[in-house]
Design a protein around this ligand. Sequence first.
Ligand code: GUN
Ligand code: ZN
Length: 445
Amino acid sequence: MTMADRYTRLAVRGHFVQTRAGQGDSPVILAEEDGLMLVESGRITWFGPWQEGRTQVDEHCELICYEREQLIVPGFIDTHVHYPQLEIIASHGARLLEWLQRYTFPAEMRYKDRDHARRMARFFIRELLKNGTTTAMVFCTVHPGSVEALFAAAGDAAMRIIAGKVLMDRHGPPELLDTPETGYAQSRELIETYHGRGRLLYAVTPRFAPTSSPEELEIAGRLRAEFPQTWLQTHLAETPEEVAWVRELFPERAGYLDVYHHHGLTGERCVFAHCLYLEDAEWRLLHATGSTIAWCPTSNCFLGSGLFDPGRAGDEGIGLGLASDVGGGTSLSMLRTAAEAYQVAHLQNQPFDAAEGLFRLTLGNARALGLDHLLGSFEAGKEADFVVLDTRATELMAMRCSVADSLEEQLFALLLLGDDRVIRHTWVNGSLVHERTEAPCPRRP
Ligand code: GUN
Ligand code: ZN
């Protein structure tokens, strides 16, 4: 169902649901029950009520109509995920440092083989789209070919993807190590080739402080200084053992975050995954530098790392993204991720409602990545990435939604019960890129 040549525009009519940041910290839901979105060359050109916009729908428009039970929401965004770890998702019985050695590093070694990388990158992109994820910030492996493979697969679908080659020059198997010189040269070449090509963006990607020498962290800082429009992604304070190790390795630094800060690796567009074991001064430094946290609830539970404190991030005024962190995380579905986020918040007596959930998957995550001028809501000028959610995807969901009194109640049930079965259509850059073919369930059981 791509736009045929005779059409120059796409018109989508249906039940649109999006969020905006509300007063204080609480986002609100905005619904357009009978809405219209016009799209041209991958961008939204108009959005509003059908009655107001219908005269713009002429013979040059391909008109797609969705039923009221199908909710059209902005494409989901994953702020931290490792594509080479899809093969080891759900690997039993280890905490972070052992899990890296036993499962992760052997899997990542296979990405030396470009064919393997290409196959897995295509598989990963298909899985993202199947789950309604249209943008992600992605770790590749130490091999530049792993980045090329991912950018090729993402580029084929015209997706906006941020990714980078892992920098690691110690404390890993020799096959997975680079050097400050090769890490610099390879990253630089990838940035020059891919950053800003189509919708692709680059992130300088030191794995985490323990696997980088001070010299390698220095070249990461140099890359950020030379290419200030790039992103930075890494891990921070995920487990107590890791924090203690960083203290041993960098005794001259004030703490874990200071290792990154000292090398110029904090600031806007710097995304730190986890942040479970921060000192007070580190929370303040994240805020002062405008850095962002990626909260990975399924990973933190699966690896037994602990519970992230989202309220503290809000109180400290730190940008927060939600992330799957597959393969530490247990699902690429951002609906599953939001469900776990709700439970982690609830365990700590913190609020997390449907509006918060949808906001975190869309506009909130766009903002966390510094992409909210392009993504996350239905505004003219933004890129046309959107997902159609089927409230009748399963019999249970159909029954639950049919007795819900409000859109909020329906959405919360979708977040808690949902997974890839809910994703009926995924649209990227104005083109349909995934279609779930199973028939919807009847409205009532
Ligand atoms: N810390 C360093 N590398 C990794 C990784 O691959 N996954 C997670 N969850 N934490 C890390
Ligand atoms: Zn990670």
